[in-house]
Structure formats: C-alpha cells, structure tokens
Ligand binder design. Structure first.
Ligand SMILES: *Cc1c(COP(=O)(O)O)cnc(C)c1O
Length: 342
C-alpha cells in the first residue's frame, strides 16, 4: 500500500476533478486584476461570508501578515493566544513586516475568551505601553488540536473590540473545518470579523492559495500590501480554479475527515500505551504516550508500516486526516494502533 501520511492536511495531491478544473481554467494577468478565474474566486468567497471584498494570496501566512499590516502601525500591539500561528509559525513576520508586538494570552487549546482579551488591553492613555489595536483569533486552532470556538464567545470578543476600538482578525486557515463540524453559517463570521483569512490548501486540498476577505475600508490597501510582500501573481487563475472546484466539490467531505479523526482518537484512548488524547472536534488528533521515552519506538513501528505522523515535541504527537487518507488506509491504521505493544 502507498504511504499513509498523516502529518498534515497539506500533503494532499489534486484530485482528478481538480486537475481538470485547473487545465481548463480561463486565465489572465492577475496583477492587472484581469484574471477572470481569480476574480470569480474572490467574488465567490466575499459573497459566501457576506463581506465586501476578497483578495487571493499565495499562502495563509502572507494573508495573515497582510491583514495584520492593514490593521496596525509600527510600535502597536496585538493580542493573541500563546499558541497562535501568527506568533509561532510565521517566521516572526508580525515584528518583521508590521513592527508590531504580540501580547500572548494563556488560552484553552489555542482559544481565548473575551474576558482575557479585555484584561490584556493596555490602557490607551498610558503612553509607556504599546498601544493595543488588534485581536487575532484562530479557528480552528492548529496547535490546539483543531478546536472550534463557540460563536457566542466570539460575539463577546467583538463587543470588547468595539468598546476599545480594536480591529478583529480571524486566522481561518481551517475555518472550513469549523463550519462543517459545527454546521455554522459563514455569514455569521463575516458579521463579526473585520478581516478573515482562509486556506484552500489545507482540508480543501488545493496545491496552494489563501484568500483574505474583509471590509472595503480595510481591503482597499490590501493589494498594495500584497505587492510589498511580493505576493502579486500573474496567470494564477489556474490555482483559483482549483479553489473554486474545492469549494464546490470537496467541502462537505470534510465531515469524513472529522469522523476518521474521532475514530482514531477513540482507538488511541483505549490503547494501553497512550496517556491522554485531546478532545477531537475536527480533523486533528493530538495525543501523548504514557512513557515519553517510547516515542522513538512508537514512531519506528509506524514507519515500518509506511505511516507518518507529526511529533510536536514535549511528548505531543499529532495526526491530521485529509482527502488522500482513504477508508482502506484508515482500517489498516486502526488495526495497527490496536496491535502495537510498547
Ligand atoms: C497553515 C496555517 C496557516 C497558513 O500557513 P501557510 O503555510 O503559510 O499557508 C495559518 N494559520 C494556521 C492556523 C495554519 O494552520
């Protein structure tokens, strides 16, 4: 059997339907905004979220970094969870690109509350501290194991932002997973956030591409910032076509990834060698071995069967399900997890 790669939902190859959509895309020069397929994708996502505008980016990191730049001035501070992707996994871009610092909040599985946001706002007239101007939430959380926010809590965060004149950005790299898992309406997110980034290259399975969606008054500068970051692309409608195809054909199937991740978590929870499994809400399962010193042996047993998972350090192991993880692979993996002895 082929390799079973459960390190991330970014390892997928385009499906044959997606390849056909790519090959038959109508394209133009997107730097002139003349690529009809990119324009169609941007319009589709703006409409889906009930927001004014959308802009295609090569990566999710660039879309987040552009959003942070749109919301802030150098010297200011944003509030995010200590595990946030924008702080931990974007190469220090917050300080490099925007000259902004992060106030890190000790949240729950990557999620922060409105009360925590409020506590962490620097008093605006206390000129010794950086001025707080932005809150960044992540949904689903990556390092938090695919956890989903409660929309009611986000509404409270929005109120705190309104009262304190703060922008609110959503790193929605895996927002589509949350929408499917909680059967939510994207328009509810559009109402609450000023800007939202979504990735097409995670669960939706395109080779590349993210989209930043937002209100007109912020987004009017987004194309300039994308240019500064080097993200203007030419006949990129080929990749936008993959995005449109994924939204139309590979969206609902995210539920299958969630079901399989839950089944993996259940199997792990009853395995003798597992200490703890984090709650699984979407397509990510995080677990800890009873004896951290068994980690290498465990990984080796998986490797022998051509199975790859992520080691996140400190005894934390991660499995991510996706569209190239078939039912046949799933059954083989579950069987192996039951048989392993450490
Ligand atoms: C993947 C991801 C991103 C964007 O990553 P890129 O590799 O730059 O596309 C942003 N935020 C979160 C939470 C992610 O998981």
């Amino acid at each position: 059997m082929k390799e079973i790669d459960l390190r991330s939902d970014t390892v997928t190859r385009p499906t044959s339907g997606m390849l056909k959509a790519i090959m038959s895309a109508e394209v133009g020069d997107d730097v002139y905004k003349e690529d009809p397929t990119v324009n169609a994708l941007e319009e589709k996502l703006a409409k889906m979220f009930g927001m004014d505008e959308a802009l295609f980016f090569p990566t999710g990191s660039m879309a987040n970094q552009a959003a942070i730049k749109l919301h802030t001035q150098p010297g200011e501070q944003l509030i995010c969870d200590k595990w946030a992707h924008v702080f931990n996994y974007e190469g220090g871009g917050v300080s490099f690109n925007s000259g902004v610092s992060c106030k890190l909040v000790d949240g729950d599985r990557g999620m922060i509350t409105a009360a925590q946001v409020e506590e962490n706002i620097n008093p605006p007239d206390f000129y010794h501290s950086p001025l707080t101007t932005l809150v960044c939430l992540e949904n689903t959380t990556n390092k938090g194991g695919g956890a989903c926010y409660d929309l009611e809590e986000i509404k409270k965060v929005r109120n705190v932002c309104n009262t304190n004149n703060l922008g609110l950005h959503l790193d929605g790299a895996r927002l589509f997973n949350a929408l499917v898992a909680k059967n939510e309406d994207p328009k509810d997110y559009g109402k609450l956030f000023d800007t939202i980034s979504v990735c097409l290259s995670k669960g939706l399975g395109t080779p590349m591409g993210s989209v930043l969606i937002g209100e007109k008054k912020l987004m009017k500068n987004a194309i300039r910032i994308r240019k500064v970051l080097g993200g203007g692309m030419r006949q990129i409608g080929f990749m936008a076509a993959a995005g449109i195809y994924a939204l139309d054909n590979q969206f609902d199937r995210l539920a299958e990834d969630h079901k399989r991740a839950k089944e993996i978590a259940e199997t792990l929870a009853s395995a003798t060698y597992v200490d703890k499994v984090e709650p699984v809400e979407t397509n990510i399962a995080i677990f800890y071995l009873k004896n951290a010193s068994n980690e290498a042996a465990f990984m080796k047993k998986l490797q022998k069967e051509n199975i790859r998972i992520s080691n996140m350090g400190q005894g934390k192991l991660r499995i991510v399900t996706h569209l190239d993880y078939s039912e046949e692979m799933h059954q083989k993996f579950l069987k192996l997890l039951k048989e392993i002895k450490l």
